[in-house]
Structure formats: structure tokens, C-alpha cells
Design a protein around this ligand. Structure first.
Ligand code: F6P
Length: 518
């Protein structure tokens, strides 16, 4: 059943026809309570969605869509550990990893056992002469740990540095290793499958580098995090150094598992548990709150409204806090690998937009690069602005400036600027801003592990609900496979001097150019 044929969806389409002539300026002028009506708070998190082109009727109709798509049923299946990842015949259990009081969940029990291993490993590392940890992993085995370690670096112990190597580009690992001393370095090979080309290649390179030094034992410097323990063992990682994870934890939902080992080592076990607790708080909110008060549900419904009716084809993630620099990269995988699909759960072609193109950068830097397009371009881009009220530094003058910029941008997108307001001016037409451009604003009171956990779980659930509304399986990622396979075929041809002439002319031309110039 395509979303287009649902009664509630058709009601939204006709509602849009009535609402489309109304500007957000008018909506704000008509209702001074818009902010209090269209914002929600949960612990240390505020979600303001008042700068969307919606009114009460829109929300009621969106909630009817939530009901008609049976989101509560899918949510129950998610939390009950049913196999909702149908193409891989797997349950989706990342929420069990943070539900630490749940005595009936097998996954939670396994998670508690791994947390104990992690805790004792942290103590072991503290007593060793390790000064640098290097996480080797890519995608979900990289982006979450890198984002969190970077965001919360203010809490890190001064005795340990953390580094990340993801890319198969040899430049990356060279840059990292050139600064390190093998005797003081611990490598964490993080790969759910333990079959990822980039990770295994970098891990082999790191092992060679390590073993060039005399008197160094592999097992003191290499650990693995994986769901494929057998492969890790075969690779040469000592049994005691393998931290398990499980099939039911998708790569992009995996930082709550032992994939977060680098986070726990760098920031400490309390910070790591704080992340889990915050995420669990959001899980409970998502599970229990009615749709009109449920932050991830509202976000997903607004996504459908903005993408299908308002016409937004891209979504910008705009953190106004340097600590959240890697949030856009993290969310790109979460959102686009989950919902960047063209067929529904039954394999039928989708006849509506699936995931928006997601991009972003930190404010205020982004204001000086792509904000021109957000304000005056012909693309319609919905935005999430994300700020943290409490700064970690005491330069409150600059923090005020940062917040004024963030809120000012949301106001400019909403209000715009008419020709009359520009007044008599040279190039007046060029100074007009259409306004009516939608944004959400999310403010965390402070950047604690707990609040960060809430923020990330909020986006996870939003992505899940969006997938349910579109009848997509958000938990596989078959779209990444073809390119990998073709790359392996071409690598063989490049390295073994095999005939390339049977490839298309562009591929032949590119390979020949590469070979002649490398
Ligand atoms: O890009 C595909 C993907 O499978 C991601 O979903 C995953 O996070 C990444 O590769 C890394 O996979 P692994 O953890 O198995 O090395």
C-alpha cells in the first residue's frame, strides 16, 4: 500500500492547498502562542517546531497519518525484538543495549556482561603504558565514536589520546601513525562483519607497523569489536581481546554496543553509561508519549509534510556548537543509509520521495558558505538548528553572539524580506528574501553525555518513524554493495595487469590515465 493512497495522506494534500497561500509571518502574527503550542521539552532538551508551515489542523492530519500507517504497531514490534529487518531476517535491538534494568531481554543481559568486560579493560589500559588508542573502523564503526569523543573531549583523561582511521586512503593511516610510538599504542579494530575492505587493510598495515618494533606483542596492542568473532580470531586477535556485538545491532545504530569502546576508554565508563541512560530516556519518551507530544514522531511527521507537500528535497543539519562538528556526518549515515531507498518493504517502487538529501556544517561557518542558497536559492531546504545553551568556556560574549546568529538565521528564513522592506535601493530585487523557509530548533541545556545520548536516540527514532510512514525497511543497506563489488573487480584488473578493454570506455580511460600517472 503506497502512502499516496491513504485517506489521511489525501487529506493532507487537500489541506496543503488551503494552507499554501499562508506565510509563516501571518501564522505567527495570528497566534502569539505559537512557540508554546509548537515546542516540546524533555529533560535538558528543547524542540521548537513552530517555524514550520503548519497549524493545528496540519498536526491533526499528520497524526491521523501516524495512526493510519500503524506506527504504534511497528514501534511495539521494534521494542519487542521482532524481526522487522525483513530482508535480513533480523530483529533491531539497539534500544535493548541502553535498557539496562530490563531483566527479560537477552540482548540487555549480553550488554551488561560486555559492559563489565569494558570496565575491567579500562582499568587494565590505565595501568599499562598505553597513551594513544586508534580506532580502525568505518561507517557505523567510526562515525558515532568519533563524533562523541570529539564532542565530549573536555571530559577526557589527559593521559590518553584517541585517533580514528577509517578511509582506505593510505594517507590517513600514515598521518596518524607518524605521530605515534608503537609501544604506547592500542589499536581497536572495530567491524561488525570483520569483512570490510578498508578496515582489514588498515588493520593489517597497523599490525605490520607495530611488529616492526622488537619486543612488542601483538596481543598487548590489538583488540577487536565484532559480531564475527571467528573472523577476528582468524585475523590473529587474541580470544580475550575480542569484544562481541550482535547481528541485531545495525552498524549505524551500533555505538551503544562495544563499538563505543573508544568512547569508554577516552571519556570513562561513567560518561559512556551516561550516553546510554540519555538514549534510554529518549526511548521511553518515544515508546510512551502520545504522538502530539512525542518529539521523534513529530520530527518524522514534519519530514513527510515538508518533503512531500512543502517541497523540501534536502535537509540541513546546522549545529551551532563546534563540539557538534561531526553531527552532520553521523546523521548522514543514519538517515540516508536507512531511508535512501527506492522500493518499499514489499519490493514495490516508491512513488513518493524517500530520504531527503542530508548535509550540513557548523554555524557560523556555514553562514559564510552555503547559507546563501538556504535563504535565496531555488531549492527548498528544511533545516535543523542545534545549539547548546551552556558553553564550556567562559567567553560568554562570544557564546551570546553564537546564539544570536543561530536564532537570527531561523528568523530570517521564516520572515524573509519583501521588496517594500528593502525600500529604495540599488539592486533591490537581489535583496529580497522569500522567507517562509522552514526550520526546527533544538537546544540542549548543556552538552553532557546524557543529553547527547538523548539527541542521538531522538534522531534514530525519527528515522525509524519516517521509514514506517513510507513503508521502508530502514535497517538494511543493499545500496552500498554494487560499488564495492565493482571496485574489487577493478582492483584485480589494476593490480594484475589484466585486460580492461572489456569495460565501458570511461572506465578504461580512467584506469589507463591512473596507471600512466601513478
Ligand atoms: O557501508 C556499509 C556498511 O555495512 C555500514 O552499514 C557499516 O556501518 C559499515 O559498512 C562498516 O561495516 P563493518 O562494521 O561491518 O565493518
Amino acid at each position: 500500500m503506497t502512502i499516496r493512497n491513504l485517506t489521511s495522506y489525501r487529506a493532507l494534500a487537500s489541506h496543503f492547498e488551503e494552507l499554501k497561500a499562508q506565510s509563516m509571518r501571518e501564522l505567527f502574527a495570528q497566534d502569539v502562542n505559537r512557540f508554546s503550542k509548537y515546542s516540546r521539552q524533555l529533560d535538558g532538551l528543547l524542540f521548537d517546531y513552530s517555524k514550520n508551515r503548519i497549524n493545528d489542523a496540519t498536526l491533526n492530519k499528520l497524526i491521523a497519518l501516524f495512526e493510519e500507517c500503524d506506527v504504534p504497531m511497528w514501534r511495539n514490534k521494534l521494542f519487542a525484538g521482532e524481526k522487522i529487518n525483513s530482508t535480513e531476517n533480523r530483529a533491531v535491538q539497539h534500544t535493548a543495549l541502553r535498557d539496562l534494568e530490563n531483566k527479560s531481554s537477552v540482548l540487555t543481559k549480553k550488554q551488561l556482561a560486555v559492559l563489565l568486560l569494558v570496565e575491567s579493560f579500562i582499568e587494565k589500559v590505565k595501568k599499562s603504558n598505553i597513551t594513544d588508542i586508534v580506532n580502525i573502523g568505518i561507517g557505523g564503526s567510526h562515525l558515532g565514536p568519533m563524533f562523541v569523543c570529539d564532542a565530549l573531549q573536555g571530559m577526557a583523561s589527559p593521559n590518553l589520546n584517541v585517533h580514528f582511521v577509517a578511509n582506505v586512503d593510505g594517507e590517513e593511516i600514515n598521518r596518524v601513525l607518524s605521530k605515534l610510538n608503537p609501544g604506547n599504542t592500542l589499536f581497536i579494530v572495530t567491524s561488525k562483519s570483520f569483512g570490510t575492505q578498508e578496515t582489514l587493510t588498515n588493520a593489517k598495515f597497523a599490525r605490520k607497523w607495530l611488529l616492526k618494533s622488537k619486543n612488542i606483542k601483538n596481543e598487548d596492542h590489538f583488540v577487536a569489536v565484532t559480531a564475527n568473532v571467528e573472523k577476528a580470531r582468524k585475523f590473529g586477535i587474541a580470544e580475550d581481546n575480542i569484544f562481541p556485538m550482535w547481528d541485531e545491532i545495525g552498524g549505524r545504530y551500533s555505538m551503544w554496543s562495544a563499538v563505543g569502546l573508544s568512547i569508554a576508554l577516552y571519556l570513562g565508563i561513567d560518561a559512556y553509561k551516561g550516553l546510554l541512560d540519555g538514549a534510554h530516556e529518549m526511548d521511553e519518551h518515544f515508546k510512551n508519549e502520545p504522538a502530539d507530544k512525542n518529539i521523534p514522531v513529530l520530527m518524522a511527521l514534519l519530514d513527510v509534510w515538508n518533503q512531500h507537500f512543502i517541497g523540501a528535497s534536502a535537509h540541513a543539519i546546522l549545529p551551532y556548537d563546534i563540539r557538534l562538528t561531526f553531527l552532520p556526518a553521523y546523521l548522514q549515515q543514519l538517515v540516508m543509509e536507512s531511508n535512501g531507498k527506492s522500493v518499499d518493504r514489499q519490493g514495490e517502487p516508491l512513488d513518493v520521495a524517500s530520504s531527503a538529501v542530508l548535509f550540513g556544517d557548523v554555524g557560523t561557518n556555514a553562514q559564510h558558505s552555503f547559507f546563501q542558497l538556504l535563504h535565496q536559492g531555488t531549492h527548498n531546504v528544511s533545516c535543523d538548528f542545534i545549539g547548546v545553551a551552556k558553553a564550556e568556556h567562559d567567553n560568554s560574549q562570544q557564546h551570546d553572539m553564537l546564539f544570536a546568529n543561530m536564532i537570527g538565521q531561523t528568523q530570517a528564513l521564516m520572515q524573509g524580506q519583501t521588496l517594500e522592506e528593502v525600500g529604495e535601493s540599488e539592486h533591490a530585487q537581489h535583496k529580497v528574501f522569500s522567507g517562509n523557509r522552514v526550520s526546527n530548533t533544538i537546544i540542549l541545556k548543556e552538552l553532557s553525555p546524557y543529553n547527547l545520548g538523548m539527541l542521538l536516540a531522538m534522531y534514530e527514532h525519527k528515522t525509524f518513524v519516517h521509514g514506517v510512514l513510507l513503508n521502508i525497511n530502514s535497517f538494511d543497506q543493499m545500496g552500498v554493495e554494487l560499488g564495492k563489488r565493482l571496485a574489487n573487480n577493478l582492483l584485480d584488473k589494476i593490480q594484475n595487469e589484466k585486460q580492461v578493454a572489456d569495460e565501458d570506455s570511461s572506465t578504461v580511460g580512467l584506469i589507463n590515465y591512473y596507471k600512466n600517472n601513478k
